[in-house]
Ligand binder design. Structure first.
Ligand SMILES: *Cc1c(COP(=O)(O)O)cnc(C)c1O
Length: 306
C-alpha cells in the first residue's frame, strides 16, 4: 500500500499527501499500520486475548478491536472515563464486542496490570498492546513507511525536502526519523504536536528513537539524533481535541477542494499547522509530503457536531 498523491502546486511549493487513511482495514490510518505488526507478533505466540488502552475516540482502539474480532480473540480496552463520550470509534468498538473498562485516568495503569493478571488466572493468554501502538513495534511500522516513501521518490524521480505529520504519542514520528537516519537521507521531518508541549513531547520521541536504534544495535551520534527530531508545539490550539476556526476551515477546505477527509484532533490540526509553518518560514520551491495518518471516523464526528 503506497498511495502518495500530488495534491497542489502552491506558492511555488509542491504538496504531496501519503494516504495512510486508505490502508484497507477498518478505515486505515497509522494505527492500522502499527496494529498489523502487533498482530504479526501475536500470531507467533499462542495468545487468545488482547488488552489495550485508549479513549472512546481512539483510532487505535477501533482498529485493535476489529483485528481481534477478525481473529476470534477477546478484546479488553481500558478507557479513561474522563473521555468516554460516544463517537463513531466507540460505536465501532462496541460493534466488535470489545469489553470497555472505564476508569479514572489515574487508575489506568493499575487496572491494566490487574486485568492482565485476572485473565491469566482464568487460564487465558492475554497480549498487551500499549496505547497508540507505542513501542518498537509501532516505530518499526513507520520505518517501513519511510521505505515506501523512498521507493516512491525513486519511481517518480523526485526528492522530498520536507515531511509533515501529526505527532501524538510519538512512534509514527520516531519511525520516520529512524528511517531518515538509517538511510542517511537527511529530509527535514517536522512533527506537528497535536497536544503535548516541549520539552516533554520531544523527549518521548527521542526516547522511542533511541530504544528502536538500540534494539537494532545501531549507533548514531547524539547530536545527529537531536538535530533530526523537530517537534513543533506552536499549533496545538489549546490541547488534545481542542481546535480553532482555522482548523475547522482547513478540514472544510480539504474535503471540498480535494475530497479528502481530515479531522479536528489530528490531521486537520497538523495540516493547518503545516500551512502556517510554510508561510511563517517562507518555504519556496520545496517538495513537501504530508502524511495523512487517518482518523476517518473522526471526520464523521466532526460532521455530526458541525
Ligand atoms: C494516533 C494518531 C496520530 C498520532 O500518532 P502517534 O504515533 O501517536 O504520534 C496521528 N493521527 C491520527 C489520525 C492518529 O489516530
Amino acid at each position: 500500500m503506497n498511495t502518495i498523491i500530488h495534491l497542489i502546486e502552491k506558492e511555488n511549493n509542491s504538496i504531496y499527501i501519503k494516504r495512510e487513511d486508505l490502508i484497507p482495514f477498518s478505515f486505515g490510518g497509522n494505527k492500522a499500520r502499527k496494529a498489523a505488526l502487533f498482530f504479526d507478533e501475536i500470531d507467533k505466540g499462542s495468545f487468545d486475548t488482547v488488552v489495550t488502552y485508549g479513549s472512546s475516540s481512539s483510532n487505535h482502539s477501533r482498529v485493535v478491536s476489529n483485528m481481534a474480532f477478525q481473529k476470534g480473540m477477546e478484546c479488553h480496552i481500558i478507557s479513561p472515563e474522563e473521555s468516554s463520550y460516544e463517537t463513531y470509534n466507540s460505536k465501532l468498538m462496541k460493534k466488535m464486542r470489545a469489553n470497555i473498562i472505564s476508569v479514572p485516568v489515574e487508575s489506568v495503569s493499575k487496572t491494566i496490570s490487574l486485568k492482565m493478571e485476572s485473565l491469566q488466572n482464568e487460564g487465558k493468554r492475554p497480549f498487551f498492546i500499549p496505547g497508540g501502538g507505542h513501542g518498537n513495534i509501532g516505530t518499526q511500522a513507520y520505518v517501513d513507511c519511510f521505505q515506501e516513501i523512498l521507493k516512491y521518490e525513486e519511481e517518480n524521480k523526485i526528492k522530498f525536502d520536507y515531511i509533515f505529520l501529526a505527532s501524538g504519542t510519538g512512534t509514527t514520528h520516531a519511525g520516520l526519523v529512524c528511517g531518515n537516519l538509517i538511510n542517511d537521507r537527511k529530509m527535514k521531518i517536522l512533527g506537528i504536536s497535536i497536544a503535548r508541549k516541549n520539552p516533554f513531547g520531544r523527549k518521548v520521541i527521542i526516547d522511542s528513537i533511541k530504544e528502536y536504534l538500540e534494539s537494532k544495535k545501531l549507533n548514531f551520534d547524539e547530536k545527529y539524533i537531536q538535530d533530526s527530531t523537530v517537534f513543533l508545539d506552536d499549533y496545538i490550539a489549546g490541547g488534545y481535541g481542542k481546535y480553532d476556526e482555522d482548523i475547522v476551515e482547513t478540514v472544510n477546505d480539504n474535503i471540498r477542494k480535494y475530497g479528502i477527509p481530515f479531522d479536528l484532533t489530528y490531521t486537520g490540526k497538523a495540516y493547518n499547522g503545516m500551512k502556517k509553518y510554510i508561510k511563517q518560514n517562507d518555504l519556496k520551491n520545496k517538495n513537501i509530503l504530508f502524511i495523512h495518518t487517518g482518523g476517518t471516523p473522526l471526520f464523521f464526528d466532526f460532521l455530526n457536531n458541525d
